[in-house]
Design a protein around this ligand. Structure first.
Ligand code: HGA
Length: 609
């Protein structure tokens, strides 16, 4: 969600800032801006649109400098507009900010009383004036930022530049991601590594509360009390290719097609062995997982749907009671803490503010057994949890999550087997069979991807519709929910998902010939029940689009379109069945001409509450 790039170098940094922002575009944003100090003067450029517009503006203005800060904004306080776009300025000082300052109104009133005039509706501008007030009181830039951040409540990653001190930039973070890049020709900072691969692979992950100074050939980090701290330099293994589009039209399409490889990488850990080892989840796995009586999954959006699938697996295979809760609800309700519950948090980015807060809330309540399932190793959620499983999906750029979801399911399947084994409920031959199915998963997904041309034809018909209903039963109900979410997110077609048995209790009233009904219908124990539900739809004139599989035996007829998935896949069938729903949404969005990778109003890693 929005992004920051900062650079100080011996060469012109404007191209670096703009390229960095392009690499952060996937996080979602509505406006962009930058500030540089050039020939001793602070200059600011802002565009209430895409980074391309900012780049055109920079070219028209012949912007060039050795130091600068840049930003993509996803508005939280004040409408998206040039006036509210970052950087915000106070005197000769410019600030960019990701996050939300919860006490900005109090800070603003105090500063207004001292004569500061606010030009935007953002919370960020309060940071700019607050830092300025510290400078005016005699602090230098580094100290002023440290003192100001001590007064901020909420989440922030900031970068600050001052006309009077053109030899350094200062950055700080708490609750929003920010890392430093140590380059050959300068020092950099950004919201994620992808923005910096153009100049360096050497990165330093800042911790909450860190304030860092970037100079041409050095950096310094202090804690909120001013004490110095050293942070390790990591060599990023992220490849530049991983964030290139290559032959694909969109990142979402690329990521859908990367799923076999993403699953293979995630499951590489079990390719050699004939059994699951708890240590897959971290060094303390035996101590944390041993004696677990229940599982509580906390997540948001697509990750929440992964948790809902896992509930079926955990209760049927491991016989461990499981509840799944939306992270933003859990953190604000009174719940009954249970120290023997394993709290599983799921997040692609590992920075999802609601999920991180829910995890902290669970820990504060005495729930010490925690596991993070994330796609980003050094993320805040991974650092907070006692166990971690890193999905190896590679960077996910498209806002609508695809490969992160299927690899989360792979991780949750491994968790299910591990807990079943620890509880003595996984006979050896069953374990071997499950592992074999998991290893075969990449190939099975590959075969599903071959159905794309047929799904594309379905999507042509869909794109003209205003609404759609998704149906599933059992462990495929969450897959129907995920299918509806994908369609909403990128094609803006209103879609709802129901457990098919619920149809007659209300939503059947919506069914007519203008309401396509998509059914996830593998040949499982609930198929016959589902078939009856489909008859109910057909009898009301609803047009059915059915994703069946080998053995489903649903005949094609007038108003009933069937697509057969290549094979039936038992417990892991949800992993296969979500893939055609991803493709359906993608192609419906293409027909509608929406911005597939950056759907309106949405952002990638949701680092604000
Ligand atoms: N609160 C600031 C920054 C927004 C942000 O971080 N979005 O992700 C604003 O509204 O400008």
């Amino acid at each position: 969600m929005c992004g920051i790039v900062t650079a100080i170098s011996t060469a012109d940094i404007v191209p670096v800032l703009l390229e960095g922002l392009r690499k952060l575009e996937y996080r979602g944003y509505d406006s962009a801006g930058l500030a540089i100090v050039s020939n001793g003067r602070l200059a600011r450029l802002r565009a209430a649109g895409r980074v391309a517009e900012l780049a055109a503006l920079a070219e028209r203005e012949h912007a060039s400098a050795r130091i600068g800060i840049a930003h993509t904004r996803w508005a939280t306080h004040g409408v998206p507009s040039e006036r509210n776009a970052h950087p915000h300025i106070s005197g000769g000082l410019a600030v960019v900010h990701n996050g939300i300052i919860e006490n900005f109104e109090a800070i603003k009133s105090a500063l207004q009383a001292r004569g500061y005039v606010f030009e935007s509706d953002t919370d960020t501008e309060a940071i700019a004036h607050l830092i300025h007030s510290k400078l005016a009181a005699g602090a230098d830039l580094f100290e002023a930022v440290r003192l100001a951040t001590n007064e901020l409540h909420g989440a922030y990653a900031i970068a600050v530049l001052a006309e009077a001190e053109p030899e350094r930039a200062v950055v700080a973070r708490s609750g929003a991601p920010l890392l430093l890049g140590v380059g050959e020709h300068g020092m950099y900072a950004a919201s994620d590594t992808a923005a910096l691969l153009q100049v360096t692979r050497q990165v330093i992950y800042l911790e909450d509360g860190d304030v860092a100074e970037l100079r041409l050939a050095s950096h310094r980090i202090v804690r909120p009390d001013g004490s110095s701290v050293e942070r390790e330099i990591h060599l990023s293994s992220l490849s530049a290719d991983a964030v290139e589009l290559g032959q694909f039209r969109h990142y979402m399409q690329k990521e859908i097609f990367e799923q076999p490889q993403a699953l293979a990488q995630t499951l590489e850990i079990i390719t050699g062995g004939g059994s699951v080892a708890p240590q897959l989840f971290g060094a303390r796995a035996l101590e944390v997982l041993g004696g677990v009586q229940r599982v509580l999954v906390l997540a948001c959006g697509t990750s929440y749907h992964a948790g809902l699938v896992a509930r079926y697996w955990l209760e049927s295979v491991a016989k461990v009671p499981c509840s799944v809760e939306i992270a933003s609800e859990y953190r604000y309700r009174d719940s009954v803490p249970d120290p023997d519950t394993l709290v599983v948090v799921i997040s692609q980015s590992g920075e999802t503010a609601d999920t991180l807060a829910a995890l902290k809330h669970a820990i504060a309540q005495g729930m010490q057994r925690t596991l993070a399932i994330c796609n980003v190793p050094e993320s805040a959620i991974v650092r907070e949890a006692s166990l971690r499983f890193i999905t190896r999906a590679g960077p996910e750029i498209g806002v609508a999550s695809t490969k992160a979801f299927t690899t989360q399911l792979a991780a949750l399947a491994l968790l299910t087997l591990t807990l079943a084994k620890l509880a003595g409920r996984l006979p050896e031959e069953q374990e071997a069979r499950h592992l074999q199915n998991l290893r075969h998963l990449p190939v099975a997904v590959q075969k599903v991807l071959e159905l794309e041309p047929e799904i594309e034809r379905w999507a042509q018909r869909f794109a003209a519709k205003q609404h759609a209903l998704f149906l599933g039963r059992g462990r495929h109900w969450p897959i129907a929910m995920e299918g509806a979410l994908k369609l909403k997110e990128i094609s803006y077609i209103h879609a709802e998902a129901y457990a098919a048995g619920e149809l007659k209790h209300g939503p059947l009233a919506l069914v007519d010939r203008d309401m396509p009904v998509i059914a996830v219908a593998p040949a499982d124990e609930l198929l016959e029940k589902l078939k009856s539900n489909l008859q109910e739809v057909r009898a009301r004139g609803g047009e059915l689009y059915v994703f069946a599989d080998a053995g489903s035996e649903i005949p094609e007829s007038e108003g009933v379109h069937i697509l057969h998935m290549p094979e039936h896949y038992g417990m892991l069938s949800p992993v296969l069945h979500v893939v055609p729903l991803q493709l359906l949404s993608y192609h419906a969005a293409l027909v509608k001409g929406t911005d597939v990778d950056k759907p309106r109003n949405l952002a990638k890693s949701v680092t604000v509450e």
